[in-house]
Design a protein around this ligand. Structure first.
Ligand code: GCB
Length: 599
């Protein structure tokens, strides 16, 4: 009996510590503004489908797994792996597009990189990963630092005092196996690109340093800039200085419990798509100085309108996946972000929906500079396990990391908590809790979700999903003319709603293979897709509570659900542009609507 009690107590404690070690949401703010050494470039990898580098033949964790990076010392040694004579891969990047053999691979790959460190004992250091898909267990010089779960948000480890003077090595066990209880779950309509898909940095800061901060316009007062700064290893009462030179403002704020709050009376030029004004903001503490570029704006809803800086705005948008133009695979460079965004500009957009997970930080920062309003989303997609507590904890953790990273980006106006989730009590509870959490973390933005459930009443499509109560802005994914009905049926469809809230047509569209031509009733032709757009635009014109649209999607993207070999070949073809950068007819239909409509 005692044994049983011990066993239960032990399993509770070990489960708790497992959950805790994987939950690290405290993020160092503004990586660009820090002293960083890039750990991008070539890493050594070992592809390990059986996780032989982790488990022994009894399926017990090995104390001397591949993370210790063992080397032969004498000719008789038996070591059945060697990072340094194995494959090399480019980081950032996914493995599926870097090796033909890994095209469909899902599982474990071990990554290793050597690096040189010239230490300074007055400094603290962080190892920062912009994203690893999906689960990353990180080791420094053979010692485990921790595990992070979730493929699209950053995480870091405090490695102060753990780095050696001179040569060091970092090993990451990356596992992208899909799991039913994960976020996203088993089933998605995008490619499960594995790897250290975004940049890795070694960041050094003074021992006492600015860790995180939030600076934005007060929610209900456009003449007041509000914020807070958190400091690690600071002393009570110590001062942080905040200045905005262009506004000729500077204030100081005192630390209480590691945090300093401040407000600045000012009348900044407001950030908007037509004038994406950013101000240099300087933060300083002792000798440390950090610079960011920050925009100021207000966002709210009034009835069915979205109101930016006090004026209604119609969101002319497009949905985007984080897929690289021309070469496929994950986006790895700021240039690739700019290509996607330049296409969105050409389309006449003032808004982008970054689907279906948080995109890389460069994408958000570039979009902000170019004047796009942003919808940012966590991958609570389709049928995640809404009644599973650890699934919820995982989703909430990804939400926190998304908000933590981008809370200073004026361009981001919408946090989306889900996409196309099935109605039901557990789902409503799950998403309500997420929305509450998002508001608690950030009360200055709007909450949304993309719904696919619409009823009908009196001959009209009727929005009555109870999630409508929870969100500020209702997203509706609707594929009239593609998954339901013929394109010609769409123009006359009427919409009604139970809610006096703005609605965004968060998805609408159809597929076409670039260069395939025919009659407008022939599926996969550009003419068919163009007709889907024409008719849906007609339909949207008749929705008086429509506050914007983000049709599906800017560019064709990889999906393992798309098997029609000669048309799809593993690509979802709903792009307005092919993966090779060729514009389809529908691009110009939507462009005409966005550039010539006066809304
Ligand atoms: C949807 C999903 C999106 C899919 C799209 C499609 O409703 O939200 O992820 O890719 O439909 O093409 O079916």
């Amino acid at each position: 009996y005692l044994n049983l009690v011990w066993l239960i107590a032990f399993s509770i404690i070990s489960n708790l510590s497992k959950a805790q070690e994987s939950i690290k949401t405290d993020l160092l703010q503004n990586i660009q503004g820090r002293n960083t050494t890039s750990l991008n470039g070539m890493w050594e990898i070992i592809v390990d489908p059986l996780e032989n580098g982790y488990y022994n033949h009894r399926y017990k964790a090995k104390p001397d797994g591949y993370f210790i990076n063992k080397k032969m010392e004498s000719p008789s040694d038996l070591i059945e792996y060697d990072f340094d004579s194995d494959w090399q891969i480019s980081v950032p990047g996914d493995w599926n597009t870097q090796f033909d053999k890994l095209y469909y691979y899902e599982g474990t790959v071990w990554y290793k990189r050597d690096f040189h460190f010239n230490g300074n004992s007055d400094e603290a250091a962080y190892l920062y990963f912009e994203a690893v898909n999906y689960e990353a267990t990180v080791y420094l010089n053979g010692e485990k630092l921790g595990t992070h779960v979730g493929g699209y948000t950053p995480f870091q480890f405090d490695v102060s005092g753990k780095l050696k003077e001179g040569e060091n090595f970092v090993v990451v066990k990356v596992d992208n196996k899909r799991k039913r209880e994960a976020v996203p779950t088993i089933n998605t309509d995008w490619w499960n690109y594995g790897g250290i898909t975004r940049s890795v940095h070694l960041i050094t800061v003074p021992k006492k340093h600015i860790f995180d901060y939030s600076i934005q316009l007060a929610n209900n007062n456009p003449d007041l800039i509000e914020g807070w700064v958190t400091v690690k290893n600071g002393k009570e009462g110590e001062e942080v200085a905040i200045s905005i030179p262009e506004l000729k403002k500077s204030v100081t704020a005192k630390l209480t419990d590691g945090k300093a709050s401040f407000s600045i009376k000012a009348k900044p030029v407001l950030w908007s798509p037509s004038n994406p004004k950013l101000y240099e903001v300087n933060l300083s503490l002792g000798n440390e100085r950090i610079t960011d570029r920050i925009g100021f704006r207000t966002i709210k809803t009034e009835g069915a309108k979205i109101v930016l800086n006090g004026k209604p705005v119609f969101l002319k948008g497009i949905s985007i996946h984080e897929e690289a133009p021309f070469k496929t695979g994950r986006v790895v460079s700021v240039e690739e972000c700019r290509i996607l965004l330049t296409w969105a500009k050409e389309l006449g957009c003032n808004f982008i929906r970054l689907a279906h997970y948080p995109h890389n930080e460069a994408m958000v920062r570039e979009a902000e500079k170019m004047g796009f309003l942003i919808w940012s989303e966590i991958p609570v997609y389709w049928t995640v396990l809404f009644d599973n507590e650890s699934t919820y904890a995982n989703a909430e953790n990804q939400l926190k990391e998304m908000i933590s990273r981008d809370k200073n980006r004026a361009a981001v106006i919408l946090w989306s908590v889900a996409n196309e989730t099935p109605e039901g009590e557990p789902r409503l509870k799950f998403l309500t809790q997420l929305a509450t959490k998002a508001r608690e973390l950030d009360d200055s933005r709007l909450i949304t979700a993309a719904l696919d459930t619409q009823g009908s009443r009196e001959g009209a499509k009727f929005i009555e999903d109870p999630l409508g109560k929870v969100v500020d802005v209702i997203g509706i994914n609707n594929y009239c003319g593609w998954y339901a009905g013929a394109p010609g049926d769409c123009a006359d469809i009427k919409w009604a709603t139970d809610y006096n809230k703005p609605m965004i047509m968060s998805e609408v569209g159809g597929g076409a293979l670039y260069g395939l031509h025919g009659e407008k009733n022939e599926r996969w032709t550009e003419e068919y897709q163009a007709d889907v757009y024409k008719n849906n635009i007609e339909m949207m014109r008749n929705i008086d509570f429509l506050a914007g649209a983000s049709p599906w999607i800017l560019m064709d993207f990889r999906s393992a659900r798309r098997h029609l070999r000669r048309i799809q070949g593993d690509f979802n073809r709903k792009g307005l542009i092919s993966e090779q950068g060729m514009k389809k007819q529908a691009f110009y239909i939507l462009q005409d609507y966005y550039l010539n409509e006066n809304n």
